[in-house]
Design a protein around this ligand. Structure first.
Ligand SMILES: *Cc1c(COP(=O)(O)O)cnc(C)c1O
Length: 398
């Protein structure tokens, strides 16, 4: 046995860097290494490169370039948006609304703020992972200063009704933040039309480099700084700029948003064939997340009577890179907070698998997974006493 080739189906965890992106970055490690805060000629190359990336990023979001701030990634952007708005507006109120299915960068930040005297409401979701706008409106009080709802879920791929939620936030004059890390390149975003006040993104989720991201902050939003120091990013985010990274982000977001419908059509066709094949071939399996309102590359599935972790090891042995729940919880036996929030029982959520397709995948990859996965599931079930007892009757094949 042993892997002949690698089949990468974990694009929600990270992506490779596109050759055009890498090529754009390289000069900023070598000849254009100047510190953009300096005044001599070579520094001007770096400064100009940042300006270009800011324009590229703004264009992808429907924002103005001076509303874009570069950061070290999605986690920093989420921390900055939430802590920054909370601290700058605490005289107005101490209530934050978010959801039960957010990324840990949002959930842990809210947990930290709770210790600092803020109240946090975690909105529930339905069986598909969708937030109900009616629930949001009901949760708003005269103390609410911030609403943070992710654009698309990193585990189950569900796309939230962002424009509707944004309109409710605006109506009640509450700031609206969205973690759009998974959404870039998969849905078209218009921060103005969707009433988004703050938006987080991260380059390594759309074929850019790791360790660089951005926060969009609408003009006029009251927000404290998170990183204090020098006057970079218009005095709002200190630290010598990650020039090459920022250049890479700019190029990557331009490429990722150039033809979203075309990109989605190809990936969705492969993903849909994978979903159909797996659900048909493997009894007692169910799709997690919404059947239509989901990221084009996302497939999250639960198999009764098996452990997700052991499934990953067997798939790895065949060269298939996949994930259970989110990368942060892999390696621990904690069930996914997202799957539990959709009402999936603990024992079923343990047998969940996330396959996220992207640019590297081919129809051949889909064929290979459809050949290997049913065998892996069968092998694990044959070893499971629970399956011997219950599995062969009934089930939850939906
Ligand atoms: C990956 C991810 C993050 C964290 O981004 P980093 O750049 O890795 O810090 C935040 N939110 C979501 C939804 C993500 O998928």
């Amino acid at each position: 046995m042993g892997a002949q080739r690698t089949i990468y189906m974990d694009h929600s965890a990270t992506t490779y860097v596109k050759p055009e992106v890498l090529e754009a970055m390289i000069p900023y490690f070598t000849e254009h290494f100047g510190n953009p805060s300096s005044i001599y000629g070579i520094a001007r190359y770096s400064k100009k490169a940042i300006d270009t990336a800011r324009v590229q990023t703004a264009k992808a979001l429907g924002a103005d370039p001076d509303e874009i701030y570069f950061t070290s990634g999605g986690s920093e952007s989420d921390n900055w948006a939430i802590k920054g708005v909370a601290l700058a507006n605490r005289k107005r109120g101490n209530h934050i609304i978010t959801t039960q299915v957010e990324h840990h960068a949002v959930l842990q930040t809210c947990r930290f703020l709770k210790k600092e005297g803020f109240e946090v409401t975690y909105l529930p979701v339905d069986q598909y992972g969708l937030v109900d706008p009616v629930d949001l409106e009901k949760a708003i009080t005269d103390k609410t200063i911030l609403i943070s709802v992710m654009y698309a879920n990193n585990e189950i791929g569900t796309i939230e009704p962002i424009a509707e939620l944004g309109a409710i936030a605006r109506k009640h004059k509450v700031y609206f933040h969205t973690d759009a890390v998974q959404a870039i390149g998969n849905v078209s975003i218009d921060v103005k039309g969707q009433n988004i006040d703050l938006l987080s993104l991260s380059a390594h989720k759309f074929y850019g480099p790791k360790g660089v991201g951005a926060l969009y902050i609408r003009k006029g939003v009251r927000i404290e700084n998170l990183i204090h120091g020098g006057g970079q990013e218009r005095k709002r985010r200190a630290g010598t700029e990650n020039i090459a990274g920022i250049v890479g982000l700019g190029k990557a977001i331009e490429l990722a948003t150039a033809d979203i419908p075309g990109h989605n059509a190809t990936i969705k066709a492969m993903r849909d064939r994978l979903i159909k094949g797996v659900l048909e071939k493997i009894p007692n399996s169910r799709l997690n997340g919404h059947p239509e309102k989901r990221l084009p590359g996302n497939f999250n599935v639960s198999f009764e009577f098996i452990e997700g972790e052991s499934m990953l090891l067997w798939l790895d042995d065949e060269g298939i890179c996949a994930s259970t729940g989110s990368a942060c919880t892999s390696g621990s036996l904690e069930p996914s907070h997202v799957l539990l929030a959709t009402g999936l029982p603990v024992e079923i959520s343990h047998g969940s698998l996330r396959l996220t397709l992207g640019d590297v995948n081919t129809e051949g990859d889909v064929d290979f997974v459809l050949e290997v996965l049913p065998k892996v599931v069968k092998k694990l079930r044959d070893m499971s006493p629970l399956y011997q007892k219950n599995g062969k009757e009934g089930g939850c094949n939906v």
